[in-house]
Design a protein around this ligand. Structure first.
Ligand SMILES: [Zn+2]
Length: 132
């Protein structure tokens, strides 16, 4: 999955979830592995950067608009597993991430479904602040 999709879903889990914030942040982290399991087309690291930066900008805008300083943290927690894998610091974590990850070569058409999921997440985020 793209980084944009990960940050969008973890933000929605934080924003719309009805559990205490630490539980929601943990759920955003865990959701990364479930998203990676879904068959998808892998864009690669560098093609992820531009939409990820744009999505991050939108998240910062929403955090400011809604006076919700934890929203960017929730977004980053959704990306954290891929960041940890890039560092290679914990080989056991890399193996777990690879174990959870979809192994096939998904069709590029799956990017359309991923875009719909991500757009839906941003639609939910755009509608309002946490608890509204
Ligand atoms: Zn991942």
């Amino acid at each position: 999955m793209t980084g944009l999709t990960h940050l969008a879903l973890s933000s929605v889990i934080y924003r719309r979830g009805k559990f205490p914030v630490p539980v929601l942040l943990a759920a955003g982290f865990a959701a990364h592995f479930f998203l990676d399991r879904i068959p998808h087309f892998e864009l690669g690291l560098w093609l992820n950067v531009l939409p990820g930066v744009a999505g991050g900008g939108a998240i910062f805008y929403l955090a400011r608009r809604d006076d919700d300083p934890l929203l960017p943290a929730a977004a980053l927690i959704g990306l954290l597993p891929d960041g940890l894998v890039q560092t290679g610091v914990w080989p056991w974590f890399d193996r777990f991430h690879a174990f959870c990850h979809f192994r096939g070569k998904g069709s590029p058409l799956l990017l359309v479904l991923e875009f719909v999921l991500t757009a839906g997440c941003f639609f939910i985020l755009w509608r309002g602040k946490k608890g509204a």
